[in-house]
Design a protein around this ligand. Structure first.
Ligand SMILES: [Zn+2]
Length: 413
């Protein structure tokens, strides 16, 4: 999954000229779109119209022309033309030949310039940083891994982002940093794994690269990735199993983060009241995490750095099988209540869980279905999709403050 092309900066005079023009274009775009205090307030209606036109060009299955935009938005054709002119000037839209005529002269088709801009994603783990550049089609055009010995420093993250984006400055539209821990409004409130507390990371990254930056929690990012082609407005409950247990809820492609950003923190909810209760790392016992985390089921040899193969090996012993049965039962109870509350379209078991194989998923489904609740609909339970690029969710999160959800980043085909 890692390291495709490596990023190199052009140094010829010609490149420098293009680069300056590109920087100007990007800054025009950010001034027009970004909801950012550093730019003066813009006329909101024009911005909304531009986003609407952009969304139509991105989503409409039939060829979109200026006339189609006018018809579908109810705006005058003069306004539609001026919106398109601005989107072309900003580099977001290109003209691509002629659409089929419906009588009269043939109109010019419009498409999104999918490779004009890039989003930078940094996934910060305990011992490594993965950085990637994702284009507006959701394709990863460059990625790198940096292994980090000792503690993770904020400066190391910023350097890794700078190293990847060097030479791409005119194209980098937004950034998202994914971290383990509690995040709110661009701040890492607390990350026990990284040893960070109250780090205003989004602001620091924004300063470093000159583009809007966001910070997202790792489980939330995973949920956004699972919802990445969810223009359907479906509610999804995504449960992450790793050294810890967490969950996130998405509504369409949007996170439901809760009043304090902690929606989905189900790991330390007590679900085992009777019989054998294991002490949890939080100090209490009977928590969901004490039964269902990968560490609880596979033993202390499990860490989040293990690959799928090694995880599967740990899951193959008789002892692990038994603990997985216990874990599945505890998780099924939590899912019963959660799904009755949320009425989700589906439940996704993600994180390292897919490496547990079909046996765990089957047991979980059986346990879930064993106690049907009157008045509720049984919810399908599936594993996360390992074929999805993990950068899609964070890239979508990064783009939201700039272009809203006008450009859906779908899995690259
Ligand atoms: Zn606990």
């Amino acid at each position: 999954m890692q390291a495709q092309a490596s990023a190199t900066a052009g140094t010829t005079e010609e490149t420098m000229t293009v680069s300056t023009a590109g920087l100007q274009r990007k800054s025009d775009l950010l001034r027009r779109f970004a909801r950012n205090a550093q730019f003066e307030a813009q006329t909101g209606i024009r911005r909304e119209h531009l986003l609407k036109a952009l969304g139509l060009i991105a989503r409409e299955p039939a060829p979109v022309t200026r006339a189609v935009i006018a018809r579908l938005t109810g705006l005058t054709s003069a306004t539609a033309s001026s919106l398109v002119a601005e989107l072309i000037a900003l580099g977001l839209v290109v003209e691509t030949g002629r659409a089929e005529s419906t009588g009269g002269k043939r109109a010019t088709r419009l498409e999104i310039a999918r490779d004009a801009y890039l989003v930078v994603v940094a996934v910060v783990r305990t011992r490594a940083i993965d950085t990637a550049l994702v284009d507006l089609a959701g394709r990863t055009v460059a990625s790198r891994r940096l292994d980090v010995a000792g503690g993770m420093e904020v400066a190391t993250v910023v350097d890794a982002i700078r190293a990847l984006t060097e030479g791409f400055e005119p194209q980098v539209l937004a950034a998202c940093v994914q971290v383990p821990g509690v995040t709110a409004g661009g701040v890492v409130v607390e990350s026990v794994q990284l040893g960070w507390r109250g780090v205003p990371l989004a602001g620091i990254v924004e300063e470093a690269i000159g583009a809007p930056a966001s910070v997202v929690n790792d489980v939330d990012a995973e949920a956004l990735t699972e919802a990445v082609d969810a223009d359907d407005g479906a509610i999804r409950l995504v449960v992450h199993l790793g050294e810890g247990v967490g969950a996130a809820i998405t509504n369409g492609g949007t996170l439901m983060s809760g009043a304090t950003g902690r929606a989905g923190e189900i790991g330390h909810v007590r679900v085992i009241y009777e019989g054998e209760r294991t002490r949890c790392r939080c100090g209490l016992s009977g928590c969901l995490e004490s039964a269902t985390s990968m560490s609880a089921m596979l033993g202390d040899a499990y860490t989040d750095e293990l690959d799928d193969h090694d995880t599967s090996l740990l899951a193959s012993t008789a002892e692990a099988r038994e603990r997985m049965g216990f874990g599945a039962r505890a998780l099924a109870r939590a899912l019963r209540i959660s799904s009755a509350l949320l009425d989700p379209e589906e439940i996704v078991i993600a994180g390292a869980a897919p490496a547990l194989g079909p046996h765990f998923l089957g047991t979980l489904r059986d346990e879930y279905e064993m106690y049907p609740a009157k008045g509720t609909t049984p919810v399908p339970i599936r594993y996360g999709r390992p074929e999805l690029s993990e950068y899609l969710g964070p890239a979508r999160f990064a783009l939201a403050p700039v272009l809203g959800d006008a450009l859906p980043l779908t899995p690259a085909r």
